[in-house]
Design a protein around this ligand. Structure first.
Ligand code: FES
Length: 128
């Protein structure tokens, strides 16, 4: 698993796990969910309702609504303003906020196909 946190001279304490789309990622006390997501390079928080476009963390201060996710069953939760807590359950928000794994997997398949066909290999244009 990718860990983009600064490692030298930082004492974060004991990590705990949070559940993000059925994957367990590590977070530390005092971190927002957004910080934990960025640390593992997960950049898509939600998919727009009409255009099925990905949105992610942009402003980091509760203004842009790009980071709205379903947290513990509650849709439209801004993860840049929400502290990670042990065993919290975070889901990518599809449209209006009802998490649907079948829709999520369908979008991921389309995104993967889009990356292969239309973008250079190192581009993450589909994941913004
Ligand atoms: S990143 Fe803009 S509201 Fe959270």
């Amino acid at each position: 698993m990718i860990n983009r946190r600064i490692k030298k001279e930082v004492n974060r304490g004991k990590p705990f796990e949070i559940d993000v789309d059925r994957e367990r990622i590590l977070a530390y006390k005092g971190e927002t969910i957004a910080a934990a997501l960025l640390a593992v390079n997960k950049r898509t928080c939600r998919w727009t309702n009409k255009m099925k476009q990905p949105r992610g963390i942009y402003c980091g201060m509760g203004v842009c609504m790009g980071c709205a996710m379903v947290v513990n069953g509650r849709p439209h939760t801004l993860v840049c303003q929400t502290m990670a807590t042990p065993h919290c359950k975070v889901q990518t928000q599809i449209g209006s906020g009802k998490p649907s794994y079948s829709a999520l997997w369908a979008i991921r398949r389309v995104t993967a196909a889009c990356k292969i066909r239309d973008y250079p290999k190192d581009s993450d244009a589909c994941a913004r």
